[in-house]
Design a binder for this molecule. Structure first.
Ligand code: FAD
Length: 281
């Protein structure tokens, strides 16, 4: 099917984007890589009156590290995240997760901003954002504001952006203590959206006890979640990659009703094992 008729704008600044979105009073949509929006328009599940193309707006892409923060512009493609040496060094969990998104064609077009704004609860990048306490830089008619990841994702395909706001960048604090990470997901076939995914970021202290433990999970509700109860249970304990059954139990116990606990438990044990192996535990 073809999309319903729409107007097309190609603004050259963030301010112009915001003004155009405001002018259309909630009936216009930003266009990034088009990998989610265009199929929805083709199926007539989305019928925006206008598209505001972010592709020619300077300053919306690029990856930089400054003062302990990795900043990724909203128009940065998944493939660039997956192959960036800066991302691999500062935030390897993000690089690994980006490499698992869809197929090469999707990763070459799809953007980090589009993935976050689309807010699919099974998507990889929102899960990593919640796990690593990322911060979202948002531009709107009143200027810029920042939104913590814990508040950005609201429910299925719903985020904290207003209709006249755009996401300009995502900031990732670079941990001062190096650690290990793991990202595991289960999809019915390679390239499909994950049924569930688990992200782990951790560090150990000199006695090899787990210090920073962060566990995020995707595909188990309307938005990506942090498993705070399981994080508390694991912090301060000595974990070994081959003795993680009890840690898997702690993860399963911290999940809500109606979730495939066995699947998430298995993914969590594998992600924790990857993290510990990378630490050298
Ligand atoms: C076959 C297929 C398989 C896929 N598999 C996966 C997968 O495994 N994992 C996964 O996570 N995703 C997957 N995707 C989706 C893909 O990652 C998309 O790239 C992503 O969801 C949207 O990014 P985009 O840049 O294409 O955004 P678009 O499609 O252009 O936009 C998506 C939404 O975000 C809004 N938007 C975009 N950028 C901004 C911005 N900067 N500020 C405010 N709003 C904005 C748009 O208005 C729209 O509502 C798949 C898609 C396809 C077609």
């Amino acid at each position: 099917m073809k999309p319903a008729e729409f107007r097309y704008h190609a603004p050259r600044s963030v301010e112009e984007c915001v003004a155009l979105l405001a002018e259309h009073g909630g009936e216009a949509k930003p266009l990034a890589g088009g990998q989610s929006l265009v199929p929805l328009m083709n199926l007539r599940l989305a019928r925006p009156e206008a598209l505001v193309d972010l592709g020619r707006v300077p300053g919306l892409d690029g990856i930089r590290v400054d003062a302990g923060v990795l900043e990724v512009g909203a128009m940065t493609r998944h493939a660039d995240l997956a192959s960036s040496e800066l991302v691999a060094a500062a935030c390897p969990l993000l690089a690994d997760a980006a490499a698992l998104i869809g197929y090469p064609a999707i990763r070459n077009r799809g953007t980090i901003g589009g993935s976050m704004a689309h807010a699919d609860p099974a998507a990889e990048l929102p899960c990593v954002a919640v796990t690593l306490d990322a911060e979202f830089v948002v531009a709107g008619p009143a200027g810029r504001r920042t939104v913590p990841a814990a508040e950005f994702f609201v429910d299925h395909f719903t985020c904290a952006l207003a209709a006249d706001e755009i996401l300009t960048a995502v900031r990732w604090p670079v941990p001062s203590r190096a650690g290990g990470w793991g990202f595991r997901e289960f999809a019915r076939k390679a390239g499909d959206f994950a049924v569930a995914a688990v992200a782990v970021d951790m560090a150990v202290d000199v006695s090899a006890s787990a210090r920073r433990v962060r566990i995020g999970v995707a595909g188990v509700g309307g938005r990506p979640l942090r498993l705070a109860e399981a994080e508390r249970a694991l912090t301060g304990t000595r974990l070994r990659p081959d003795q993680l059954a009890w840690a898997g139990d702690a993860v399963a116990a911290s999940l809500g009703d109606g979730v495939d606990r066995e699947l998430v438990r298995t993914l969590a044990v594998r992600a924790l094992s990857d993290a510990l192996t990378r630490i050298g535990a």
